[in-house]
Design a binder for this molecule. Structure first.
Ligand SMILES: NC(=O)c1ccc[n+]([C@@H]2O[C@H](COP(=O)([O-])OP(=O)(O)OC[C@H]3O[C@@H](n4cnc5c(N)ncnc54)[C@H](O)[C@@H]3O)[C@@H](O)[C@H]2O)c1
Length: 344
């Protein structure tokens, strides 16, 4: 017997909805897109014309429809209020990253999910990328031994060529974005580090600043030092002034060797053992905004699978909260010019 269709609405019809959520829902055989929402109706209309469903300008109208789930694809400051409203309305919710603008908001979102008995998943797609899945397996197999230090970077020229709002949009407006490169990019790597290392980041020292972009009032660069629960440390950098191109790489330095992720153009995973042996793995290209983000992120499939199988999402609200907590500690360290504890 065919599965009952999961009926979804997309709230926010900008770039992430256009390039990932809408095509991935549309490609899923068990999903029906019921509505697109955007504060600019023509953006919702454009996606509805392509994929079907209603075009709405208020998210409340979507929540009143007979739907099972929503994607929250709006600027960061609206994640918490819209997610909480959706959960209170009894809809499973996939919310984009960064999950929220504070730990209090993140906890309120998790509480709403628990109260409603509906799933909350956060769009941390980096840990679903094939190279990172492969890396996790190599780390669990102990191939490079214990990770002692690490460095990770997510840097590109900025979101102005990606966002539907261009260089005058919400990404550069603190009231809507809350943070700049750290919310756009840094939080992805905070989640990835937690996933790969299998332990918490407990302390941060960071410089986070608006160094160069002519527009906006949010950080365009951050350099952070992070300490893990087991005492190791490493760096995380995010940048919107890496021009041209992108640095979306991670290197883990272990007791038995080095694991390089995303830095070799031909082999996305490279192991260099202390013995001199090298291992090369071709495990799919890194999904980038530059490549149009058209390859499948795995996020929508995972969300729909959770709903269909009544299995809580792996990338849960709590996982999103802990990645956000690393970013919040970095901001606090920058403000106080001191080490900051991560609220876990
Ligand atoms: N997972 C990823 O890799 C990834 C990549 C890019 C963006 N994102 C996240 O996705 C979210 C959206 O980013 P984007 O790139 O699509 O931005 P965007 O500027 O392209 O689009 C945002 C859209 O939201 C609409 N909007 C704003 N407030 C609204 C409201 N209250 N109700 C309905 N619509 C509203 C805007 O009009 C705009 O069309 C952000 O939180 C961002 O961090 C995630």
């Amino acid at each position: 017997m065919a599965n009952k269709k999961v009926r979804v609405a997309l709230i926010g019809s900008g770039s992430i909805a256009t390039h990932r959520h809408a095509p991935e829902y549309a490609a899923h055989p068990d999903v029906e897109i019921v509505a697109f929402v955007d504060r600019y109706p023509e953006r919702a209309e454009k996606l509805a014309a392509k994929y079907g469903g209603k075009a709405l300008s208020k998210y409340e109208d979507a929540l009143a429809l007979d739907i099972d789930a929503v994607s929250v694809c709006v600027p960061n400051a609206f994640h918490a209020p819209i997610t909480i409203a959706a959960l209170n309305a009894g809809k499973h919710t996939l919310c984009e990253k960064p999950m929220a603008t504070s730990d209090e908001e993140a906890r309120a979102m998790i509480a709403a999910s628990e109260k409603a008995g509906k799933f909350l998943m956060i769009g941390h797609n980096q840990r679903l990328m094939p190279l990172h899945v492969k890396a996790k397996q190599l780390l669990e197999d102990g191939v490079i031994g214990k990770v002692i230090t690490f460095r990770t970077s997510f840097s590109h020229p900025g979101p102005e060529t990606w966002s539907i709002e261009g260089s005058t949009g919400w990404f550069f407006d603190r009231k809507q974005a809350f943070v700049g490169s750290m919310g756009d990019l840094g939080v992805h790597k905070a989640d990835l580090l937690r996933f790969l290392l299998g332990e918490e980041i407990v302390e941060a020292a960071a410089m986070v600043g608006h160094l160069y972009k002519p527009m906006g009032d949010v950080d365009d660069n951050a350099v952070c030092i992070l300490r893990t629960a087991s005492g190791g440390f490493g760096t995380l950098t995010s940048s919107w002034t890496h021009n041209p191109g992108e640095d979306n790489t991670t290197t883990l330095y272990g007791s038995k060797g080095i694991l390089r992720l995303g830095s070799n153009p031909d082999y996305s995973v490279v192991v260099e053992l202390a013995t001199g042996e090298k291992q090369y793995y071709k495990v799919g290209k890194m999904q980038t905004n530059e490549s149009g983000g058209q390859s499948d992120s795995g996020v929508i499939n995972a969300f729909i699978n959770s709903i269909q199988t009544s299995t809580p999402p792996t990338i849960s609200g709590e996982e999103g909260r802990r990645a956000l907590a690393v970013i919040l500690a970095c901001l606090k360290s920058n403000d106080t010019k001191a080490f900051a504890t991560v609220e876990i």
